[in-house]
Ligand binder design. Structure first.
Ligand code: GRF
Length: 211
């Protein structure tokens, strides 16, 4: 399957996906890395890996639909089958999301449906959560919503701050995102309404740091 990864920043999740797709048995091949930010370090990661890049800067467009039309043109030009959002910081319209129904993944740093939106680690700490984590889901029009494929749980430790907790979660993001992309590209995901079946079993798969 031909994959495009959309990034806005450092792209550590992109790097995990690049490393996964470089494996000889990978059913997914990244054919494009696209960013709305010309300075995104993720673009350099792509270039180092010999992957085509594109910049579609949202500030160059009058409105969201025309911005998304430019993104669609880049995706269509490369016959992309699957889109992965990896730290892509622009909200996509229902129209765009609809084009990629059950073909677009996102990684979110919380145990969805808890803590949709931003600053998830700070909020979990504030609430005194003893457990936190990350989720890979199929993208639906509602923000950080959609059928869950894989989640990883991490403990919140007494001396955690947002940075230490985010770092612990990020390690798990780099495990579950490549695994979820492999499953989707291999055709191991089926969706029944808002429930994803992973290898025929109701999702999400739940991982911990030790398994
Ligand atoms: C991570 O917390 C990820 O969950 C969120 O953006 C942060 C940085 O991701 N999407 P990356 O290093 O740019 O992949």
């Amino acid at each position: 399957k031909r994959v495009a990864v959309l990034v806005s920043g450092g792209g550590s999740n992109l790097q995990a996906l690049i490393d996964e797709c470089a494996k000889p048995d990978s059913p997914a091949r990244i054919v494009l890395v696209l960013s709305n930010n010309a300075d995104a370090y993720g673009l350099q990661r792509a270039a180092k890996a010999g992957i085509a890049t594109a910049v579609v800067n949202h500030r160059d467009f009058q409105d969201r639909p025309s911005f998304e039309q430019a993104i669609m043109a880049e995706l269509d030009a490369r016959n992309v089958d699957i889109v992965c959002l990896a730290g892509f910081m622009r909200v996509l319209t229902p129209g765009f999301v609809g084009n990629w129904h059950d073909r677009m993944l996102n990684i979110h740093p919380s145990l969805l449906p808890a803590y949709k939106g931003l600053h998830t680690h700070e909020r979990a700490l504030e609430d005194g959560m003893t457990e936190h984590g990350c989720s890979v889901h199929l993208v639906r029009p509602a923000l950080d919503d959609g059928p869950l494929l894989i989640q990883a749980k991490v403990p919140v430790l007494p001396d955690d701050d947002a940075d230490s907790l985010a770092a612990r979660v990020l390690v798990q993001e780099h495990r579950i995102y490549p695994a979820a992309l492999r499953l989707l590209a291999a055709g191991a995901i089926t969706v029944d309404g808002e429930l994803a079946l992973v290898d025929g079993r109701p999702g999400p798969m739940i991982w911990t740091e030790t398994d």
